[in-house]
Design a binder for this molecule. Structure first.
Ligand code: GUN
Ligand code: ZN
Length: 435
């Protein structure tokens, strides 16, 4: 098989940046080459060295002066909410009851689920995202449709059928037994198929009875390597309700703790209104707090406290949370994340942001051995960005003197229009989409 060489400016992280000037945390090659064969990266280096390594007949794709990065990773997103995005509500619970719990009922129809799953993968690719941790709906069919679509495209995805057995319309409820049986069957079928990973997905404590939490716990015990994803401490109304439903447990995180759902594979969406005890438990269990800035601002949930999490050594991911979130773009997401932290008096440098969207999120998912960095052996998921894609950005680039300034402009003004190409397992996927 012929190798493929991408030529351009290559940027990849090797460690978490210790602030804006930590140049040791990344590798930047001004005239670089990424050599790809059979869906994996074979080598990364300077253009000359790259050429010397492979047969002269290699297929060369010249992306200069584009910036070649690992594909973006989104650690929390709901595919059945594509038609919920931009829905007007007072707060989280109203938003869920008025729009989300109505819309998600349509995913019992496999044809609808298949249509949206395909459009969803298109949208991720259009925005440069190659991996996501995805919530399906309560219906097993919705997860089937999503996994089948991601598998056909050979994408690395983490996903799960939502488990929910109360406090939602009947068309959106399973039962403890049904949730368990369907989750288990889906996990056994799809976890490890191609590049797919299964996430055990109790939606949140409000929609899972204690009996369902016990069933989720049973799954986690049987499949300790599977991911777990849920929501916690997003809005004050939600927290008050959770406390009413589980009055004997110390706090909201304590509910998931009690049912054995915390650990290094656990992704907890939002984590905004946290007590010190709850933060301590996340650190102790290695669970991941997932920052969802566009969603938190749009729904009016609150401001994530990154510095407090970092001081306590809590692992952090960052995510769009579409359709509570308002953009599929990780660039837009980190731009809003930057603004949330500005309001908190906290700094987020562009180097740190780009780490978070790539290697940081790969680590959050425990997938950094296969994605998140451009290195030999890694899966060839990449995004190519052009900071001059828009006239006003081109103008600003006349003044940009450093890589850091370029990254900050991409984050501040960029979206899908700065994504020149997205490579999934070494294949150009964005160019095929059309408009
Ligand atoms: N909490 C429980 N379900 C959801 C959801 O779909 N979106 C958000 N933002 N929060 C939730
Ligand atoms: Zn969510």
């Amino acid at each position: 098989m012929t190798a493929r060489i991408l030529r351009g400016r290559v940027l990849t992280f090797v460690s978490e940046p210790n602030g804006p000037d930590d140049h040791e945390s990344y590798r930047y090659i001004e005239d670089g080459a990424v050599v790809v064969e059979e869906g994996r990266i074979v080598s990364v280096g300077a253009w000359d060295a790259g050429l010397a390594l492979v047969a002269p007949k290699a297929d060369v794709i010249d992306h200069r002066p584009g910036l070649i990065l690992p594909g973006f990773i989104d650690t929390h997103i709901h595919y059945p909410q594509m038609q919920v995005i931009g829905s007007y509500a007072t707060d989280l619970l109203e938003w869920l009851n008025t729009y989300t719990f109505i819309e998600e009922q349509r995913f019992g129809d496999p044809a609808h689920a298949a249509r949206i799953a395909a459009l969803f993968c298109d949208e991720l690719v259009r925005h440069g995202t190659t991996t996501a941790a995805v919530y399906c709906s309560v219906h097993a069919q919705s997860a089937e449709a999503f996994f089948a679509e991601a598998r056909a495209r050979d994408m690395r995805m983490v996903a799960g059928k939502v488990m929910m057995d109360r406090n939602a319309p009947p068309g959106l409820l399973d039962t403890p037994q049904k949730g368990y049986d369907e989750s288990k069957a889906l996990l056994e079928k799809w976890n490890g198929a191609g590049r797919l990973n299964y996430a055990i997905t109790p939606r949140f404590a409000l929609t899972s009875s204690p009996a369902q939490m016990e069933m989720a716990q049973d799954l986690v015990r049987q499949f300790p390597d599977a991911h777990v994803q849920t929501h916690v401490n997003e809005s004050l109304g939600e927290i008050a309700f959770a406390r009413e439903l589980y009055p004997n447990l110390p706090d909201y995180v304590g509910i998931y703790e009690h049912y054995g759902l915390l650990g290094p594979k656990t992704l907890l969406g939002h984590c905004i209104h946290m007590t010190d005890r709850e933060i301590g438990i996340l650190a102790e269990t290695g669970s991941v707090a997932v920052f969802c800035p566009t969603s938190n601002l749009f729904i009016g949930s609150g401001l994530f406290d990154r510095a407090r999490m970092m001081a306590a050594n809590v692992r952090i991911g960052v995510a769009t949370d579409v359709g509570g979130g308002t953009s599929y773009s990780m660039l837009r997401t980190l731009d809003e994340g930057y603004k949330v932290l500005q309001l908190r008096g906290q700094r987020l440098s562009p180097i740190e942001s780009f780490f978070m969207m790539t290697l940081g999120n790969a680590r959050a998912l425990g997938l950094d051995h296969v994605i998140g960095a451009l290195e030999p052996g890694a899966e060839a998921d990449m995004v190519v960005l052009d900071a001059r894609a828009l006239p006003h950005m081109r103008l600003k680039m006349e003044q940009a003197e450093s890589l850091s300034e370029e990254l900050f402009l991409l984050q501040t003004c960029g979206d899908d229009r700065v994504v020149v190409e997205t490579y999934v397992a070494g294949e150009a996927a964005k160019g095929k989409l059309g408009r």
